[in-house]
Design a binder for this molecule. Sequence first.
Ligand SMILES: [Zn+2]
Ligand SMILES: [Zn+2]
Length: 140
Amino acid sequence: MIEETSLPPIQEFGGCRCGAARYEVDVTEAHTLACHCRDCQTHLGSPFSVFFIVPKNKFRWISKPKGAVSFSDTAVRQFCKSCGTYLKWVGTNSKNDAEVNVMTLDNPSILTINEEIFTRTRMPWVQPIEGAIQHFAGRH
Ligand SMILES: [Zn+2]
Ligand SMILES: [Zn+2]
């Protein structure tokens, strides 16, 4: 697969905890979601995941993580085999988008959350995020 190598000037960088996996991204058009599904909760060991979606050509690996795991036939989750950080979700039906773990950005606070999904399994002690569109299940 050919990966886009040129990016617009507005760039952010990110990577895993140990630094083995690194990427660059243009987040100008990023759409950001919090996901409360059980796959995210158990995979991250966290009440929810936060990820941003950008067009595929706005994201480029500088050094790609070696770990990959699937919990269903709908997606592959890429993670760093050295430190375990979950970096990117690659959906079999979303070939045109990159879905990236917000917390792996070097400056994650630059993004705000637009939507929350799978709120049916949101922890009772986690409040809805003000201004974020709420979805009981997925976005559909
Ligand atoms: Zn790592
Ligand atoms: Zn999820």
